[in-house]
Design a protein around this ligand. Sequence first.
Ligand SMILES: *Cc1c(COP(=O)(O)O)cnc(C)c1O
Length: 379
Amino acid sequence: MRFGTKAIHAGVEPDPSTGAIMTPIFQTSTYVQAAPGDHKGYEYSRTHNPTRTALQKALAALENGKHGLCFASGMASIDAVIKLLAPGDEVVSTNDLYGGTYRLFTRIFEGFGVKFRFVDMTDPAHVAKAITARTKLVWVETPTNPMLNIIDIAAIGALAKKAGAWLGVDNTFASPYLQTPLDLGADIVMHSVTKYLGGHSDVVMGALVVKDDVLHERLAFIQNSCGATPGPQDCFLVLRGLKTLHLRVQRHCENGAVIAEFLAAHPKVDKLYWPGLPTHRNHDVAKKQMRGFGGMISFTLKGDRMDDATRVLASTKLFSLAESLGGVESLLGHPASMTHASIPREERLKSGVADTLIRLSVGLEDKEDLIADLRQALG
Ligand SMILES: *Cc1c(COP(=O)(O)O)cnc(C)c1O
C-alpha cells in the first residue's frame, strides 16, 4: 500500500460487533475474563487498549516499521528509550537538540549515571570521534529546531551500526510522509505525536516505532512497567488526524515553499533557514533523504535588534504567537525569549539562535493570506 492509503486504512478495521467504520473509543480500564487468564487479549488498559492498538499499528505502517508504541507525550517516549540503558552507558547526540530532550538527558538521566556527548552531527566525522566502546545509543533529530539543520541519517546509521549502538531518530519535524528513518538504517523512530501526526493542536502524545521484535519487547515492557500510556480518547483523535496526514503535509510543504520565497526576497529579512532552498547548507542531504521540505521556516531580521523581532511577533494577525508546531493553524515563535531562553546568550548565538530569529510553523491557510499577514507585520 502507498502512503495515503495506509494513512486511511492501516491498523483500523470495522468494529466486529457493530460494523462501526471508525475505531471506537474503548473508554475502559479493564476487561472481563471468562476464567482466570481466559481473555480476548486484553486484561488492563495500561498494558493494552484496542483504540491504542489500532493507532500503534497505523503508526508502525506509516513509518515502514513493524511495531508501534504510544506514550503520554513525546518526552515520555524518549524517556522509555533511555531506560533501555544502564549506568555507565553512553549516548552521542546532536548539539542542536529539542530543549526538552536536552533537559531530560542532562537533568534527569545524567543523575542516573548515563553519559551524554553533544556534537554537531551535520558532519558525521564529529559523531565518529565521539563514539566509544561504551556508546549504546546515537540520538539524532533532523530537521533540527529552530535552525533546521539536516543530519545525514544513513551516514550516522552506518557509524552506529559499526559501534554496535542503536540509532534513534526524532522524526517529529519531518513526519513519516517526508522521511522514514527506519528505511535509512535507524533502529528506533520517535515522534512527538502532538505535532504533525495529531496535526490539530488538540492532543499531547508520543510514539516509538521499531522493526526488531526483541527491541519492541523491551520497549513494550518499559511502556507497561513505567505506565506513561495515553488514554483512548487521545488515541482516537490521533487516528482521525492521521487520515489526512498526507494531504496536510503536502500543503504544509507548498505553503512553506511560497513563504520561504517571499521571505528570501524581503528587504528586512537577513538569514533564511528552510531546507528546500538550494542555498541551505545541508540542502543536498535534505534532497537525498526527504521527500519534501515541510512548513518549518526560521529567519532573522537585518540589524540584530530584538525590538524589531518583538514588533513583528506582536503584529501578525493570522500567525499566532505560541509554542508547538505542526497544526493546521500557522504559528510563530521567538526562540531567544521562548524555547531557548534558558541558554546563555553567547552559546545561543554560537548555534545561530540570534536575538531576531523568528520561527514559523506554516499552517494550512491560503498562502495569499499568510503572505499578506507577514508583509504587513514586517512592514
Ligand atoms: C515537541 C517536541 C518534543 C516533545 O514532545 P511532547 O509531545 O511535547 O512531549 C520532542 N522533540 C521534538 C522535535 C519536538 O518538537
